[in-house]
Design a protein around this ligand. Structure first.
Ligand SMILES: Cc1cc2nc3c(=O)[nH]c(=O)nc-3n(C[C@H](O)[C@H](O)[C@H](O)COP(=O)(O)OP(=O)(O)OC[C@H]3O[C@@H](n4cnc5c(N)ncnc54)[C@H](O)[C@@H]3O)c2cc1C
Length: 421
């Protein structure tokens, strides 16, 4: 159990910047630990990447996108006809330093470090988040039917064996399915998938924005505050806390948590060290009349997205586009997803909605959880790339321990912000 130092006992006023799933989870844990918490977001809670994701609580998700096989698959992924990865070439010059570091982290020794780091967070992720979901009245937004991955060829299934081994080594549960098993579980899938696996303990958050907004309601009913406003101009180190502007007026807190997702470095500007944060853009295509076609999320391994039955219908969400925060959505990415959905699920109805979101990603595919070196009253909590919905709770728990001056309940060395210096 945490044992706050005397120093931290005096420093109870804390701001959380960003009300995505990560910031909101931090806010609730901090409040439970006795801090006076004020949250800020320029938008409604859960409107960023948290809004449109694939809704999977992916306890098996320890394998990063950058791994050894990415190097030789990169050209075909980039230039192939049906590709889950793309680059907006106009953004390329800005992206080269990040991309070089991202590719460098495809080396096996880096990948092993990432898998171990993600694995350590994932092992405690369910307990850490469920406490918050339950306290916020979110039980009805959770569905427990596992998650399936489908493979269109034996080659793709065999090629992924190494990753399944690694997931198992990190504690994931995996059941292999034959084509017949798959048809029994998901009869509306086209019978074109010879192999599949079931992750029985994966589960679904049926409406990520709704659960986030209930968590903020709970925060406010139990003494915290949410203020809607654009945060800017975080001031460089000050001995007695952190100061920043909200819609132009200055606010000062003993400590602050920076949980602005893919915008975190823009928010902080010169107020702390520069970290190599960029974004993996992802899309969703929604079919509001088609939720009943599937019983659980189905990850289309080669296509790079999940098809998830959720509150607003069937949501096909995923793929990676490297193109920064400002470029307009790319219609080709949306038609790619729609085309692949119709291959797998011929009964899918009309498209009802589309969305582009911004995963916050550091080149080693690990988040940063820890104090800024340049501004020690500022705590970083961002960079959760493909796993933020799953890792919000455990991040919140660790951040509250760090803010209280306690020894974190798991080793946070892999997530230290100074690993890039
Ligand atoms: C297509 C797709 C599918 C995904 N599927 C899954 C999945 O199935 N499972 C999973 O675990 N993860 C998934 N993810 C990843 C997950 O959605 C993200 O990692 C997670 O939402 C990040 O949460 P966050 O709180 O860090 O960021 P965000 O949710 O983006 O929140 C950041 C917040 O900061 C606010 N903000 C930004 N700038 C300012 C400012 N200047 N002032 C005030 N507020 C500001 C924004 O408004 C926003 O609300 C997926 C992501 C995508 C894009």
């Amino acid at each position: 159990m945490t044992n706050p130092s005397e120093h931290s006992q005096e420093r109870r006023n804390i701001a959380v910047i960003g009300a995505g799933i990560v910031g909101v989870s931090c806010a609730l844990y901090l409040q439970q630990a006795g801090f006076n918490v004020t949250m800020f977001d320029r938008d409604e809670p859960g409107s960023g990447a948290t809004y449109g994701n694939a809704c999977t609580f992916a306890l098996y998700g320890s394998i990063p996108v950058n791994r050894p096989d990415l190097i030789w698959r990169f050209p075909s992924l980039m230039f192939g006809q049906e590709r889950p990865l793309s680059i907006a070439w106009r953004y390329m010059p800005k992206m080269i330093p990040w991309l070089m570091q991202f590719l460098k982290h495809c080396r096996q020794e880096h990948v092993d470090r990432t898998i171990n780091g993600l694995g350590s967070l994932l092992r405690d992720a369910e307990d850490a988040s469920m406490i918050l979901f339950r306290a916020s009245g979110g039980n009805d937004l959770i569905s427990r039917d596992g998650t399936i991955y489908i493979y269109p060829t034996s080659e793709s299934f065999d090629a992924d064996a190494i990753n399944r081994q690694r997931r198992l080594a990190q504690g994931a549960q995996i059941e292999e399915l034959t084509a017949t098993d798959l048809q029994d579980l998901e009869p509306n899938l086209a019978p074109i998938f010879p192999h599949a696996v079931l992750y029985p303990n994966g589960f679904t958050i049926l409406d990520p924005k709704q659960i986030t907004s209930r968590m903020v309601d709970h925060l406010c009913h139990t003494g915290g505050r949410f203020i809607k406003g654009e945060v800017s101009a975080v001031e460089a180190q000050s001995a007695d806390g952190v100061a920043f502007k909200v819609n132009g007026s200055r606010h000062h807190y003993d400590q602050a948590v920076l949980a602005g997702g893919a915008w975190s470095m823009q928010i902080a500007k010169g107020g702390c060290e520069e970290l190599p944060l960029d974004t993996e853009r992802g899309y969703h295509v929604q079919f509001s009349e088609s939720a009943e076609l599937l019983n659980r999320p189905v990850g289309f391994a080669d296509a790079g997205f999940y098809m998830t039955p959720m509150y607003q219908g069937l949501r096909a969400a995923g793929t990676v586009e490297l193109g920064g925060l400002n470029a307009a959505p790319n219609p080709e990415r949306l038609s790619y997803i729609e085309r692949r959905v119709r291959q797998a699920l011929p009964g899918a109805g009309p498209v009802s909605d589309t969305w582009l979101g911004f995963r916050p990603t550091l080149p080693d595919s690990l988040p940063v959880i820890g104090r800024s070196r340049h501004n020690p009253n500022l705590i970083f909590a961002f960079g959760h790339h493909h796993l933020g919905l799953t890792l919000g709770g455990i991040t919140g728990k660790l951040v509250s321990e760090i803010a209280a001056g306690a020894i974190p309940s798991l080793d946070v060395t892999p997530f230290r912000p100074d690993r890039f210096s």
